[in-house]
Ligand binder design. Structure first.
Ligand code: FAD
Length: 193
């Protein structure tokens, strides 16, 4: 969709510097800009920098095993502030989906640690991805329903769009609101989603 609109996409390149007019990419590429939208990625908490706990040098995200234990026996780390070990090279992703799932297990593990019991290993399971793409967007491989093509989804590897994807996106948000603030609040928020 972006390419059809003649938009150039550069990936896998490192932005070294930005000034009022120019983005400096890699060693020799410069891009002038009118509007810059920077989504620079995930960083840990500033306070972590001062802690003597194993962490990534640049982001200060704390290294944690798949039990969420850090280099300190009595410190556990989850969510965006942590790099939680998983099988393979990549840590668990910095998403709400992973943080929420991890929270259920870390609570249990803190209790177990206090009782000198073995800790549970956590494995991140990707439930899928739902993306808002705007009213006019139509994704490849996805057949949208007229007037209801505001989201695309991939659940268990199968992409779909249209009303089912839009409803799923709303349902995910409503589920979260219901969990933290009750079903009444979720129902009230539904029309504005
Ligand atoms: C724009 C945006 C869109 C996103 N969309 C999605 C999405 O669609 N799906 C998805 O899965 N993930 C999404 N994410 C990622 C998701 O929000 C995070 O991965 C998730 O919130 C991480 O949870 P967390 O509990 O680790 O951190 P947070 O949710 O950031 O919670 C940390 C909390 O700690 C508080 N805090 C910080 N410092 C202190 C301090 N010193 N003392 C006390 N409290 C403190 C903060 O105020 C905050 O409330 C999105 C993120 C952004 C920014």
């Amino acid at each position: 969709m972006l390419r059809e609109r003649d938009i150039q996409i550069h990936t896998g390149e490192f932005i070294g510097e930005v000034d009022d007019e120019t983005v400096y990419v890699g060693d020799d590429k410069e891009l002038d800009y009118d509007v810059l939208l920077w989504t620079g990625g995930i960083t840990g908490q500033n306070v972590a920098e001062k802690l003597d706990i194993g962490q990534d040098e640049r982001s200060h995200r704390l290294h944690a095993s798949s039990t969420f234990k850090t280099s300190e026996d009595n410190v556990f780390a989850i969510g965006d502030s942590a790099l939680v070990d998983q099988p393979g090279d990549e840590p668990a992703p910095p998403t709400a989906q992973a943080a929420w799932d991890a929270a259920e297990v870390v609570g249990e593990n803190v209790k177990r640690a206090m009782n000198d019991q073995p800790l549970k290993e956590w494995r991140y399971k990707d439930k899928g991805t739902v993306i808002s793409v705007g009213d006019e967007a139509v994704a490849q491989d996805v057949k949208p329903v007229d007037g209801a093509d505001q989201a695309i989804a991939r659940v268990l590897g199968n992409p779909f769009g249209g009303m089912p994807a839009e409803t799923l996106k709303k349902a995910i948000a409503a589920r979260w609101i219901a969990k933290v603030a009750g079903p009444g609040r979720a129902a009230k928020a539904w029309p504005d989603m």
